[in-house]
Design a protein around this ligand. Structure first.
Ligand code: KG4
Ligand code: ZN
Length: 322
């Protein structure tokens, strides 16, 4: 069983080939950061045009990398929600057309569930039910994962997403888009002297909220032009990490889940990875933390989410055929 995964929900064009449950044949990601950087954020129209330009050559390259022919593909999956509609339609359209031409099934995939499903590629099978934490540029959500094909949303962000907050705070510090990586670099230069900010989140709730923290940091920077920028960046990261830990603890306590699956671009952040790892160790939670390349948007996760929809025997669970 070879599944082609396609991802075009935001500003990454990605294509991957997965064999059976966990054998990665190829996974390619085309980034567009330099196109959007001058605007300080993703410009939807530019994103969809770029997807259109690169998806076909990226698919050819992926096949060549895997040493396969189109006829070797058994099913095609693409992220169809949530995301930028003009971008999603490029991946979905390409996937449906290809599946139609090959007379193979097309499987629509939820991008956020895919961020969590990538953890099913891990060597060790996750014990379920598991908590699922997705923190990305557009979303911050917590799930209860009942099975590889069953995801229950427990809470979402009430305002800004975690990645969006990193991007806006970075911008206020004069850093380029996307803000996460340069902000992390700036924070690494901070000493012991860090600015303290309020924890993000909603106390005693599954929901996230990052706008209070964002406003506090942006105001602090505006009011203190001479502020130690590294101390601000490090203090901001500390607050995000502590807020996420508090959130995870609330979710663990209220669900009794003993496994945590994670995903989303913000998990590329070393400070956050360390905090989550320390919490999981302390609470004896079995932690699945994908390497940054699989935490950021990619298409392997899309193929991984599609796999249980097909089933080991064939196509009995396909929702939608051409
Ligand atoms: O999951 P993702 O690749 O795309 C979405 O689905 O949104 O996440 C992108 C987000 C951006 O907001 C970016 O600033 C953030 O992830 N990000 C980081 C880091 N690397 C990327 N945030 C904090 N630290 C990083 N090292
Ligand atoms: Zn994402």
């Amino acid at each position: 069983m070879v599944i082609l995964g396609i991802e075009t929900s935001c500003d990454e064009t990605a294509v991957a080939l997965l064999r059976n449950r966990r054998e990665t044949l190829a996974s390619l990601v085309g980034r567009q950061e330099e196109i959007h950087a001058p605007y300080g954020g993703v410009v939807p129209e530019l994103a969809s045009r770029r997807h259109l330009e690169v998806i076909s050559p990226l698919f050819e390259k992926c096949l060549a990398r895997a040493g396969l022919e189109p006829a070797d593909i058994d099913a095609v999956a693409a992220s169809t929600r949530p995301g930028l509609s003009g971008s999603l339609i490029v991946g979905e359209g390409f996937g449906r057309a290809l599946a139609g031409a090959l007379e193979k099934p097309f499987i629509p995939v939820d991008h956020l569930e895919a961020h969590l499903a990538v953890n099913f590629l891990a060597e060790k099978e996750p014990a379920l039910p598991a908590l699922g934490l997705v923190i990305s540029g557009g979303h911050s959500s917590i799930y209860l994962v009942h099975a590889p094909d069953s995801y229950e949303v427990l809470g979402e962000t009430r305002d800004d997403a975690a990645g969006e907050t990193f991007d806006k705070v970075a911008r206020s510090l004069g850093l380029p888009y996307p803000g996460g990586p340069p902000l992390e670099k700036l924070a690494a230069g901070a000493g012991e002297n860090r600015v303290r900010f309020p924890l993000p989140g909603v106390a005693r709730s599954f929901d996230f909220s990052f706008s209070g923290l964002k406003t506090a940091v942006v105001y602090h920077v505006a009011k203190n032009p001479g502020a130690d920028r590294a101390a601000v960046a490090a203090g901001f990261q500390d607050a995000v990490a502590a807020g996420v830990r508090r959130h995870l603890e609330y979710a663990r306590f209220n669900t009794g889940a003993r496994t945590l699956l994670t995903g989303g671009g913000v998990l590329a952040n070393a400070r956050l990875r360390a905090e989550i790892s320390a919490w999981a160790k302390e609470k004896k939670v079995s932690l699945y933390l994908p390497p940054p390349v699989n935490a950021l948007d990619n298409a392997l996760m899309v193929a991984a989410r599609a796999f249980p929809e097909i089933g080991a025997k064939g196509r009995e669970k396909i929702h939608e055929k051409q």
